[in-house]
Design a protein around this ligand. Structure first.
Ligand code: IPM
Ligand code: MN
Length: 357
């Protein structure tokens, strides 16, 4: 018998179940082609967990994700749960899961597919060849900082980073840069924030251990501008939790649609693989979601969690072939489309392309 990998599956809310189903089809297609076996175990998170258990992050989910090899996650949230107390909202479930799993390094590649060069809102010559890896710190910063408080008269959050947290995310970024174009751009707001001052100092220290890597610094406002102005200047961007959240959404539009961008949350024994987009409640259940971000996240899982590099490449190549053949979901349907397909059709077409290759 070949290798067996255990995958925890969290479908979540909104379009989560539709896109995860397609990613699983693709994973199954690669498993039979490349001779490994996959076991799936489902867990609840977010709104669907609230409906079933009363809390967004049930204890079974926390213990369950510790006994699998990797977790594939769709998306959570929706208007139905928007008025709950903050700690009971779906988003709190996801943040709690990331923290419990210890996945402090969120890798968000923004790669422009040549086949979709016209889908970007920017001019083709600006985006062609863009290949950026955003390394977002995921379990610290203002998302988790204490103290935090809300009242009708005053509310606050705290942006806090320890040296240790900055060192470990910095090393991840530099290690990735060593396998790429050897350039790291650290993004913060050191002209205003003490926490960013420490961030910058620590990045400089880490750089001493990586003489081959060029380190630059940008303030986050300038970084946002540069991403739109001249995105090809970037190789690896390393940044804190909230800046990474914002910049990765911006970077996604270089590629044409946020429905294309995968992510891998790593740094711990078990990684979490999820598209960067949300649950899109407005289009949920219509079968029009773009499954490519989730399929691509599954490819990242094969690569980073299981070391199945050939299988991961097979998925990425199949996505490119299918896009080159002119198949498009609605979000990218206006650009060089031969045929507009549904979420499940897109999944099947990519799966077939893998099996045939
Ligand atoms: C993301 C999302 C989450 C985040 C939300 C849903 C909590 O926007 O994964 O980028 O802010 O991290
Ligand atoms: Mn986000």
């Amino acid at each position: 018998m070949g290798k067996v990998y255990k995958i925890g599956v969290i479908k979540g809310d909104g379009i989560g179940p539709e896109i995860i189903d397609e990613a699983i089809n693709i994973l199954d297609a690669t498993a039979s082609k490349f001779g490994f076996d996959l076991n799936y175990e489902e867990f609840l998170l977010g709104g669907s967990a609230i409906d079933a258990t009363g809390v967004p992050l049930p204890a079974e989910t926390i213990s369950g994700v510790k006994r699998v090899d990797a977790v594939l996650f769709g998306a959570i949230g929706g208007p139905k749960w928007d008025n709950l107390d903050r700690h009971l909202r779906p988003e709190s479930g996801l943040l709690g899961l990331r923290k419990e799993m210890g996945t402090f390094a969120n890798l968000r590649p923004a790669t422009v597919y040549d086949e979709l060069i016209n889908a970007s809102t920017l001019k083709p010559n600006i985006v062609q060849g863009v290949d950026i890896m955003v390394v977002r710190e995921l379990t610290g910063g203002i998302y988790f900082g204490e103290p935090r408080e809300y009242s009708k008269d005053v509310a606050y959050n705290t942006m806090v980073y320890t040296r240790e947290e900055i060192v470990r995310i910095g090393k991840v970024a530099f290690d990735i840069a060593m396998k790429r174009d050897k350039r790291v751009c650290s993004v913060e707001k050191a002209n205003v924030l003490e926490v960013s001052q420490l961030w910058r100092e620590v990045m400089e220290e880490i750089a001493e251990d990586y003489p081959e890597v060029e380190l630059t610094h940008l303030y986050v406002d300038n970084a946002a501008m540069q991403l739109i102005k001249e995105p090809k200047q970037f190789d690896v961007i390393v940044t804190g939790n909230i800046f990474g959240d914002i910049l990765s959404d911006a970077a996604s539009m270089l590629t044409g649609s946020i429905g294309l961008l995968p992510s891998a949350s790593t740094g711990s024994k078990v990684g979490l693989y999820e598209p960067i987009h949300g649950s899109a409640p407005d289009i949920a259940g219509q079968g029009i979601a773009n499954p490519i971000a989730t399929i691509s996240s599954a490819a990242m899982m094969l690569k980073y969690a299981f070391g199945e590099l050939e299988a991961a490449d097979a998925i990425e190549n199949a996505i490119k072939r299918v896009l080159a053949d002119g198949y498009r979901t609605g979000d990218i349907g206006a650009f060089d489309a031969k045929e507009i397909v549904s979420c499940s059709e897109m999944g099947s077409i990519i799966a077939n392309s893998i099996s045939k290759s």
